[in-house]
Ligand binder design. Structure first.
Ligand code: AMP
Ligand code: ZN
Length: 119
């Protein structure tokens, strides 16, 4: 599996820095965002270093599909109420204009009662 030694999320995958784990399997990891915007705010990342949406290829289809399918289960596990009264926001910032700060692909999952700090 490809890791980038300078990438903070690759360091989390390799347990070189700690995280508050939400979920882990062979190909993905989910952990709490260190600066939450909402009562529930966690990130889902591939363990493999993929910098952003811009690097995705056909070979990533199954991995991305499985990450998307995990969102709802993990959101409810972390306290989001079920759809449609509850739910969550899914966000993938991409590039400078997208507001991306960490260049390792991640899905933001945000939910819980409003108001939220942002958005
Ligand atoms: P983005 O702007 O989409 O690249 O978001 C990066 C997110 O990663 C931000 O919401 C940060 O709060 C979060 N973050 C940065 N470092 C850590 C860390 N060590 N553990 C958990 N979340 C982090
Ligand atoms: Zn990385």
């Amino acid at each position: 599996m490809h890791h980038d030694d300078h990438c903070i999320f690759c360091k989390i995958v390799q347990r070189h820095i700690p995280s508050k784990l939400v979920y882990e399997d062979d190909e993905m990891m989910a952990f709490h965002d260190i600066h939450p915007w909402a009562p529930v705010h966690f990130l889902i990342i591939p363990k493999e270093h993929i910098a952003s949406m811009a690097q995705l290829k056909d070979q990533h289809s199954a991995l991305l599909g499985r990450m998307m399918i995990k969102v709802d289960e993990l959101a409810r596990q972390e306290g989001c109420l079920p759809y449609p009264q509850g739910g969550y926001r899914l966000m993938v910032n991409t590039g400078d204009h997208g507001g991306q700060e960490v260049h390792h692909l991640h899905l933001h999952v945000m939910g819980g009662p409003r108001p939220w700090a942002k958005g």
